[in-house]
Design a protein around this ligand. Structure first.
Ligand code: ATP
Ligand code: PH2
Ligand code: MG
Length: 198
């Protein structure tokens, strides 16, 4: 089993996302995290143990944003490939990742007040590439690049046998890891180890 990522589709996705980007808000995004204590929150099963966060800035990885909005506080930043969220809130800064498997969902960015777009393999126009693979490790690298004072991880369960229920809007409970998700989490773990964050 491998991920079967289609480079041409990734390119098309990046082209589409770039068409939606009017202003380059990268500096505004970085300034939210610079010299701040930043919490990066993933959607692993341990997310439901997060009751409050002391960090000044909360960055949610995709589906984790739905839990945080309901039970903790609205994330300052949401890093998403658009399949973990169902609606756009008016206050978070969105970092949207385009790839070959989310091309139709890219339309959702129209509603976002503040957005930076990222792609993989190609950097076109105003899109960015900060490194990383899954929304969680991409969010963590973003905080490092933005020069956060301290980066703390929550809801990141790379060795768990389960995918957390907040990973997708249609899940009602944690579910066993699929082969595809296992590979994705292995890549994410290696990136975070290489970055010295775990
Ligand atoms: N056991 C886990 N289950 C789900 N997410 C996890 C787990 N452990 C860590 N995470 C992190 O939480 C992040 C958010 O989860 P989510 O499933 O919404 O991510 P995603 O990157 O959008 O994945 P997908 O490829 O399924 O869209 C992941 O990107 C991953 O980095
Ligand atoms: N084409 C494609 N690219 C990706 C995908 C995916 O499902 N398809 N998932 C990712 C991590 O969540 C990162 N990149
Ligand atoms: Mg997702």
């Amino acid at each position: 089993m491998y991920l079967q990522i289609n480079e041409k589709d990734d390119y098309r996705a990046c082209e589409k996302l770039n068409l939606f980007i009017q202003d380059d808000l990268e500096e505004e995004l970085f300034s939210l995290m610079r010299d701040r204590d930043v919490a990066i929150v993933g959607a692993g099963p341990s997310l439901r143990k997060v009751k409050d966060l002391k960090e000044e800035i909360i960055v949610a990885a995709d589906g984790a944003s739905r839990y945080l909005e309901s039970y903790v506080r609205t994330p300052d930043i949401i890093v998403t490939d658009l399949d973990g969220i169902t609606k756009i809130n008016g206050s978070s800064f969105y970092v949207v990742h385009a790839h070959g498997d989310n091309i139709p969902s890219i339309d959702m960015v129209i509603e976002m007040k503040k957005m930076v777009g990222t792609c993989q393999g190609f950097q076109l126009g105003r899109t960015k590439m900060y490194g990383g693979f899954t929304d969680g490790d991409r969010a963590a690298l973003l905080a490092l690049i933005a020069k956060a004072r301290k980066v703390s991880l929550y809801g990141m369960d790379f060795d768990d046998e389960k995918i957390g229920m907040y990973s997708k809007p249609y899940l009602l409970d944690d579910i066993p890891l699929s082969e595809r998700k296992k590979i994705k989490l292995k890549i994410a773990k290696e990136i975070l180890q290489f970055s010295g964050l775990i």
